[in-house]
Design a protein around this ligand. Structure first.
Ligand SMILES: *Cc1c(COP(=O)(O)O)cnc(C)c1O
Length: 222
């Protein structure tokens, strides 16, 4: 077995030992990773991939266009990039501005785009994302966009290995997620958990984990 297949195997095993009532979705975060690595993951059975940078993502989408891949955009979005993101991606997980949602919606022709609202759960000034208290209002304002399907919430927690802090942040998000889900169709996605914390995130109710380095190895720039 190749390293990447072993890594994916290990992640699936880890998930199995948690004995969850549902099967969480794994997004293979492939930024800065090669097409060859992505093909290995695909051959293992991985179908959803996440990219942070538009140009890199578009190149890969083109090179892998014969494969049945579900593409997730998980990076910051500039408004002049919305047209191409709308055209080429299946999901956008980093919605935190009305203007961006509007631009995406305008550029969708005969296509729906799944979106997650990015939430700021760490309260750090610099982070992107909507504050928990502002989510209800923000979601209502997104309802006008008929081509966007609001699938859930996404967050990047505090940059810490302190399990108590992470758990507290995940739990707050899960409470909000449950509350919103009670009154909304299609709202089924809680996208939390990365390489370092996906087990904890799943124990806290994550339905979608975004795993990069644990699948592909270290990226060259970080
Ligand atoms: C890079 C990235 C990930 C994956 O991070 P790893 O620690 O490599 O698993 C997940 N989510 C987002 C938004 C990212 O930018």
């Amino acid at each position: 077995m190749e390293k990447i297949e072993k890594n994916l195997d290990k992640i699936h095993q880890d998930i199995n030992t948690l004995k969850l009532a549902y099967e969480p979705k794994i997004i293979a975060v492939s930024k800065q990773q090669s097409i060859e690595s992505m093909k290995l993951a695909y051959n293992y059975g991985q179908r959803a991939f996440g990219e942070n940078y538009l140009q890199e993502g578009l190149t890969k989408i083109n090179e892998l266009k014969d494969l049945q891949i579900e593409w997730h955009f998980i990076g910051p979005i500039q408004s002049n990039k919305c047209k191409q993101i709308a055209e080429h991606f299946d999901w956008v997980q980093t919605i935190d501005r009305l203007k961006i949602a509007q631009r995406l919606d305008q550029n969708l022709i005969n296509k729906k785009l799944n979106i997650c609202i990015q939430v700021n759960i760490s309260d750090e000034e610099s982070k992107s994302g909507i504050m928990l208290d502002d989510i209800d209002t923000f979601i209502k304002s997104l309802d006008q966009f008929e081509n966007l399907t609001i699938r859930g919430l996404m967050a990047i927690p505090s940059n810490t290995i302190d399990q108590d802090i992470l758990k507290e942040e995940f739990n707050r998000l899960k409470l909000k997620f449950d509350q919103i889900q009670r009154s909304r169709n299609y709202f089924d996605t809680l996208s939390i958990g990365m390489s370092a914390d996906f087990r904890l995130a799943l124990e806290c109710g994550s339905t979608m984990i975004r795993v990069g380095s644990n699948i592909f190895g270290k990226r060259n720039y970080d």
